[in-house]
Design a binder for this molecule. Structure first.
Ligand code: S3P
Length: 194
């Protein structure tokens, strides 16, 4: 392939408002935060940061290990500190954990870090739960301790929905879109911002 064509094919395809420093993806487990975040970052020519992964690297332990050894409250404290560190990144798409916005401190951090656009990836609970079950069958690395009790997971979903919605700059429905079409819709929403 000629060099010019190669460069054109890999060039970023969208320009954001100049004030945008980072884009944060939020939503319940199975919303596609990591997959779509990676794809969105690629389209923007930006870096990608997965908060769960960032936390695991800082703690030198996996999320299931942290839940088993120290319990959820300890995990949430580590998550807040990982979030504060992640929000220092610029030109970066950040995928949160599904429970990150439930913690008040985390919402303040997100709302008070200038240049932060928050996108909520929304879908009905049965769609999200099925996606998580399929991921769990396909991968040994995607273990989610808070999904072990489906009724409790649904209760968390209902509690979190209004929190995600209130926090978000933009809500994107994902259930009926392919990942590529979802990224296109997110880019359209971002570049149309004033
Ligand atoms: C959690 C979601 C997970 C991870 C942890 C807790 C939650 O992230 O942070 O297992 O409380 O919803 P994903 O949403 O990336 O699976």
């Amino acid at each position: 392939m000629p060099l010019l064509q190669t460069l054109e094919a890999s060039a970023p395809t969208a320009t954001l408002p100049a004030t945008t420093r980072r884009i944060v993806l939020t939503g319940f487990m199975g919303a596609g935060k990591s997959t779509l975040g990676r794809a969105l970052a690629e389209r923007l020519g930006w870096a990608f940061l997965d908060l769960d992964h960032h936390l695991e690297q800082r703690a030198q332990a996996t999320i299931p290990e942290l839940f088993t050894r120290h319990g959820e409250p300890h995990f949430r404290r580590l998550e807040s500190s990982a979030l504060a560190s992640a929000l220092a990144a610029t030109s970066t798409v950040i995928a949160l954990g599904g429970g990150t916005p439930e913690v008040h401190t985390n919402r303040l951090l997100l709302e008070q870090t200038p240049g932060t656009i928050i996108l909520f990836l929304d879908a009905p609970f049965p769609v999200l739960f099925d996606r998580c079950m399929i991921q769990a069958l396909q991968s040994t690395t995607t273990q989610r301790p808070v999904l072990s009790d489906p009724a409790a997971a649904q209760a968390r979903f209902l509690t979190r929905q209004p929190i995600y919605r209130r926090l978000a700059t933009h809500t994107q429905q994902t259930a009926d879109l392919t990942p590529a079409a979802t990224v296109d819709a997110l880019l359209a929403a971002l570049t149309l911002r004033p």
